[in-house]
Design a protein around this ligand. Structure first.
Ligand code: HEM
Length: 522
């Protein structure tokens, strides 16, 4: 049936329209029709209607001509591949796909991606139902417009230069602990991707929450957090029924938030008693106490108070936003520096030179600020292997995004970072790892718009300075005490996707105490 009495061709809108018309005729104009015939016509009619809706939204965009009934490209989104993404980006500056009832438009150029990130009137970060279950619907991260801007302003105090200076000794302690663990393996080779993740998790927990939790709890949180990463897919089974990924993630979130609340209670007591500021949470509680005291002294009304659960949920969003991206970047940073010994040598030489007068110097923010070459290396790692490939937004109204295409209201619209970061105009030989393209000698700084690693616009990454400083500090400390070897396989350069991106072989490495000579000529 369909196509005006012909066979239904799901690739054309005309055929879909005729099939619907046929269905209406069959179902309503023949009084003695059998139940089976009605059911069959209804099913075909519904599929045809689904196609019609899809093709009507798709218009001329590149994308599948046929939407698999009901699920669309769900299986592709369950097992995404980097090659699949690449072919989508190459198919046009805008392309589309449909997953369940979500129509998705993907932008592949730098200009269109920036346009999406900077158009709060048309699009805001996409909130998939599973994220609301996991992070709680009342989480600040789901705010939009002015309330989002105001809330975010209040969090800036946690990422100031002064705050970063407080965090760095905490990080240093965690790095030393993990490096000692790696060395205890006596140079045995193995997959290090998960070890980098563990270092990251502990560093985040200690920076965010201080020493208020035991090592056992920190390690259990690290394990539980896997459930949250696993549920990060764009499309998930919407109801958190027992056994689903989202259900498991919600259980893990409950455990993590309860532990955070205990830490916050502890922190409040310590800060009220004049304790030293040693973590992000200390900095937050201290700034609230100071503001309260200032306003009281000025006879002004007390400021809005943040309760323990709210603070815990905010810290959870930091973990959520940072954990996978930073672990991905750290994995590539160790791999790429091992694969480019000349680069590692220059990093080490710079550190030796900066520490010339005090080789045993602890990490400080000032030291990181002077590590110009190391910063270039981290920028290049993030450029060549951007942890976040795509940032899902959704349209809040119809949006004529180009003269030829209008994105329907309620669609997911996804800016991409990878193509802009591999644009040969901004970054000649974009697949070459070349930290010298940055800095005064290179040309990459001339194209700041392309560097979309941390997004852009009102939702750009709140923790970007902290993230860069953390990645720099890890390498700075590592190169002073460790030598590392990467065992390349034919999968080392291939990308696998698990929320962010990783080498497909899990990054096989070994670590030994540093023997390499310390030259201070760069
Ligand atoms: C290499 C590491 C990181 C990368 C590549 C990264 C990347 C991103 C990207 C692409 C976005 C979306 C931006 C947009 O919509 O325009 C984002 C948002 C965000 N990031 Fe990061 N991020 C990293 C680390 C961190 C860290 C360490 C923190 C906190 C400690 C953090 C906190 C956030 C927050 C809170 C948001 C949401 C901001 C908002 O909605 O206003 N990120 N990040």
């Amino acid at each position: 049936m369909g196509g005006g009495g012909g066979i239904f061709d799901p690739r054309t809108i005309e055929s879909a329209k005729h099939t619907i018309a046929d269905f209406m005729k069959t179902a309503f104009s023949q009084p003695n029709i059998s139940t089976t015939a009605v059911i069959c016509s209804a099913v075909v009619g519904l599929f045809a209607y689904e196609q019609y809706v899809y093709l009507n939204k798709k218009k001329g965009l590149p994308g599948p001509q046929f939407k698999i009934p009901i699920i669309g490209a769900f299986t592709d989104s369950l097992y995404p591949t980097f090659e699949g993404y690449m072919s989508k980006w190459k198919s046009g500056e805008l392309s589309c796909v449909s997953v369940f009832d979500r129509f998705v438009v993907i932008a592949s150029t730098c200009d269109l991606s920036r346009k999406i990130l900077n158009a709060p009137v048309y699009a805001e970060p996409a909130v998939v139902d599973s994220m609301k279950h996991i992070l709680c619907a009342d989480n600040w991260v789901f705010l939009s417009g002015k309330s989002h801007v105001d809330y975010r302003k209040g969090l800036n105090v946690l990422f100031t230069r002064k705050a970063l200076g407080i965090y760095i000794p905490v990080q240093d302690k965690v790095y030393k602990k993990h490096f000692a663990e790696w060395l205890s393996l006596n140079g045995e080779k193995g997959q290090y991707q998960l070890r980098f993740r563990e270092l990251n998790m502990e560093s985040s927990l200690r920076v965010f929450l201080g020493d208020h939790m035991s090592d056992e709890v920190a390690s259990k949180i690290s394990q539980e957090y896997f459930n949250i990463t696993a549920a990060l897919e764009l499309v998930n089974f919407p109801i958190p029924l027992p056994g689903t990924k989202v259900y498991k993630a919600v259980q893990s979130r409950k455990y993590i938030v309860n532990q955070f609340v205990e830490c916050i209670k502890d922190c409040r007591t310590r800060m009220a008693n004049g304790g030293e500021t040693k973590s992000m949470m200390d900095a937050w509680v201290r700034s609230m106490l100071d503001t309260e005291a200032e306003l009281a002294a000025a006879g002004k009304p007390a400021p809005r108070k943040f309760d323990n659960r709210e603070i815990a949920l905010t810290i959870l969003t930091f973990l959520f936003a940072s954990q996978d991206a930073t672990s991905s970047a750290m994995t590539w940073a160790f791999q790429l520096t091992a694969d480019h010994p000349d680069v590692l040598h220059k990093i080490r030489s710079e550190q030796m030179k900066l520490r010339e007068e005090n080789p045993d110097q602890e990490l400080t923010l000032e030291l990181m600020e002077k590590s110009v070459y190391l910063r270039q290396v981290i920028k290049e790692v993030l450029r060549i292997r951007p942890p976040v490939l795509m940032v899902p937004y959704q349209t809040v109204r119809e949006w004529p995004i180009t003269p030829n295409y209008t994105v329907p209201k309620g669609s997911m619209v996804i800016p991409t970072t990878y193509p802009a970061l591999h644009d040969p105009v901004a970054y000649p030989n974009p697949d070459n790892f070349d930290p010298d393209r940055w800095g005064t000698e290179g040309t990459a700084e001339k194209y700041p718009k392309n560097f979309m690693v941390f997004g852009n616009g009102p939702h750009h990454c709140l923790g970007k300075e902290y993230a860069v400083m953390h990645l720099m500090a890890t390498l700075a400390e590592a190169c002073m005490v460790l030598d590392w070897t990467h065992y390349r396989t034919d999968k080392s350069d291939d990308i696998s996707i698990f929320a962010t991106i990783y080498p497909q072989d899990g990054c096989i490495m070994s670590f030994e105490p540093r023997k390499s000579p310390a030259s201070i000529s760069t």
